[in-house]
Ligand binder design. Structure first.
Ligand code: BGC
Length: 245
């Protein structure tokens, strides 16, 4: 089966589309609903149900990216969603509620899987790191194309908090930072990541990847740095790619 419903769950929006997973392309317009507040399992599941109905997808396999550490079908973190997701058996719960076979992976890992496979000229060799800069910061780390799942580089300690509180797109907007101030701080974070992990290539993902030209001049790294090639669709495409088929 090459057409799959991909659902990209974020702290701000929940998006879905049918994806051709052989070509890495959306074949329907993406539908986006706001993430309910509080973002509890029941409230978020109602939105996911709507997406399943919108696409007439009951009973068919679904792939999902979710903004948490996901191990053995269980959500193990809840940074920008309700705490009740902690230790929540997400895969078992959603497969019952959505009445479809489903697989769930971390949202940044999903985006990285899509970029590695379908991102034009994204290196497939060496250490490649994707950072999604959105409400929080997600990361996906690949060594020679193999994913090391559930890395949380956005949660490295930074100043008096963690990285995502300083250089997510949300931090830029809420603190009303100029691209120069924010870009220089992002550069310091990337330099620190370089020191710790020695990546060959860094991909900047999330909605802010579209504005790469506005902060590119402030980035000075040994690794090559480029915006995500699939821009904001990587999350949905990668989600569809992990569906249980
Ligand atoms: C979460 C990650 C997630 C990222 C992007 C972070 O706050 O801890 O798991 O990938 O946000 O949604």
């Amino acid at each position: 089966m090459k057409e799959i419903l991909g659902i990209d769950v974020g702290a701000t929006g929940i998006k879905g589309a049918i994806v051709n997973i052989e070509e890495g392309k959306l074949i329907t317009d993406r539908i986006k609903y706001p993430t309910p507040k509080p973002a509890t399992p029941l409230a978020m599941t109602e939105v996911m149900k709507k997406l399943v109905e919108d696409h007439n997808w009951k009973g068919k396999p679904i792939g999902m990216g979710f903004p948490a550490i996901i191990k053995d079908g269980v959500a193990l973190s809840a940074s920008n969603i309700d705490d009740s997701w902690l230790d929540f058996p997400i895969v078992g719960f959603l497969s019952k509620k959505l009445k479809s076979p489903i697989n769930v992976v971390n949202d940044a890992d999903a985006a990285g899987i899509a970029e590695q496979k379908f991102g034009d000229d994204t290196p497939k060799k060496g250490l490649v790191i994707l950072l999604t800069l959105g409400t929080g910061i997600g990361s996906a780390v690949f060594n020679n194309g193999v994913l090391i799942p559930n890395t949380e580089l956005g949660h490295m300690k930074w100043k008096d908090s963690v990285v995502e509180k300083y250089v997510s797109n949300n931090a830029r907007e809420t603190k009303e930072l100029s691209y120069k101030t924010w870009g220089k701080e992002l550069n310091r974070v990337l330099n620190h990541i370089e020191f710790v992990l020695s990546p060959d290539h860094i991909i900047i993902g999330g909605g802010i990847s579209k504005k790469f030209h506005k902060y590119e001049e402030f980035l000075d790294c040994s690794a090559t740095v480029a915006p995500a090639k699939m821009l904001n669709n990587a999350g949905i495409v990668g989600a569809a790619m992990v569906a249980p088929i």
